[in-house]
Ligand binder design. Structure first.
Ligand SMILES: [Zn+2]
Ligand SMILES: [Zn+2]
Length: 369
């Protein structure tokens, strides 16, 4: 099968023929039908983040189950599935509490070094990032990372649920637990940010401020429920957020892009008891300028917080089917998030387009096998 490989950090993806093993034990072979281009894949491709090479990235996957190992119980051949970029063992204390990203045995879902690799090129093992490897025609995934969904769900929209929706909407529902009447600001209105905005609208937030430097993203943000937009390339975003909230500041500020200066602006936008949530991945060595003295900030006097969120604090077994239901009921707009569908060979060009803006999500599609 064909896959887009990263062989060297900082180099383009290379589409190559890769051998994929047959499923054993609790593994599931998925014919990938759609695979979303998330910003964090390109961050890994460009800065490594400790990943082994060669590697197949891609963690927003939907597809059809082609085969299952003999110990698989939750998933069957023919199921339509969405994958999740978490590797919950299913039996540690964190997993049993539903805190799947707190799993203390995430590596337990991978094959051991003694076993033949799931993927190889001429016998050389190929790393599957996060146990997935979605930039490929097929993926061999542990069943704990898969959720079967309603087959009426279109594959392109289903794929982006795995990260863009789970991260953006999960930040609102699971982490911040936004309630009716609250105010939020979202910094960065790509795929994740737009999902946070529409989830906040669903949760009943009455002030939803979208902040970005690209006018077309701010326009989209309004379509997804933003009540006000701020172009941070043109004005002081923190000052404008305070102005839009009558001087109060927001209850929750979400930082969707991994840029420390943006996080600092978010912190300066908070109201009493407000929290800044760091959602977008930060590069190694990134540092925040936090000045806790009451002489320098309102962190102490207004009892504010800074908190990290990983994949929207998702319990994806419950969340993914919920997002599918919300889409099928017309309450979650995923159609406007799939900006374009592309072929596997167009991946490098599409990532350049993502950098340029105007694109919420590009999704690679594959024909039925
Ligand atoms: Zn992602
Ligand atoms: Zn666990």
């Amino acid at each position: 099968m064909r896959a887009a490989l990263i062989r060297e950090i900082g180099q383009p993806f290379q589409v190559e023929e890769v051998h994929i093993a047959a499923p054993t034990g609790r593994e599931v072979l998925v014919d990938v039908r759609a695979s979303g281009l998330c910003h964090s894949d390109i961050t890994v491709a460009r800065s490594g983040m400790g990943i082994g090479l060669p590697a197949v990235l891609g963690h927003e996957i939907s597809g059809v189950v082609a085969a299952v190992g003999d110990s698989v119980t939750r998933i069957k051949v023919g199921d339509h599935v969405v994958a999740a970029a978490l590797q919950p063992c299913g039996h540690c204390q964190a997993c049993l509490r539903g805190n799947l990203n707190g799993c203390t045995n995430p590596g337990s879902l991978d094959r051991t070094d003694e076993e033949a690799p799931r993927l190889d090129v001429d016998g050389v093992p190929v790393v599957q990032m996060q146990g997935l490897g979605g930039f490929a025609e097929q993926a061999l995934i542990h069943e704990n990372q898969l959720v079967a969904i309603d087959p009426s769900m279109p594959f392109e929209q289903a794929s982006i649920i795995g990260c863009a929706v789970a991260t953006g909407a999960g930040s609102i529902f699971n982490a911040a637990k936004v309630t009716p009447g609250q105010s939020i600001a979202v910094f960065g209105c790509g795929g994740v940010g737009l999902n946070a905005i529409q989830a906040a609208a669903l949760a009943g937030a009455t002030t939803i401020i979208a902040v970005d430097i690209q006018p077309d993203k701010l326009e989209l943000a309004q379509k997804f429920g933003a009540t006000a937009v701020v172009n941070s390339g043109e004005e002081d975003a923190a000052a404008r957020v305070l102005e839009l909230t009558g001087g109060a500041g927001v209850d929750h500020a979400f930082v969707m892009i991994g840029v420390p200066a943006v996080a600092e602006t978010a912190m300066a936008s908070l109201g009493f008891g407000g929290t800044t949530y760091l959602v977008g991945g930060m590069r190694p060595g990134a540092a925040l300028d936090v000045r806790p003295s009451p002489a320098d900030s309102t962190l102490l006097s207004k009892q504010q917080g800074v908190r990290g969120i990983w994949l929207g604090s998702s319990n994806f077994y419950a969340d993914i089917p919920m997002y599918v239901d919300l889409y099928l009921q017309g309450k979650l707009n995923l159609d406007d998030l799939v900006s374009q569908t592309i072929e596997l060979g167009d991946i490098n060009e599409a990532y350049e387009g993502l950098e340029g803006g105007g694109i919420a999500r590009s999704v690679i599609t594959f024909p039925a096998r």
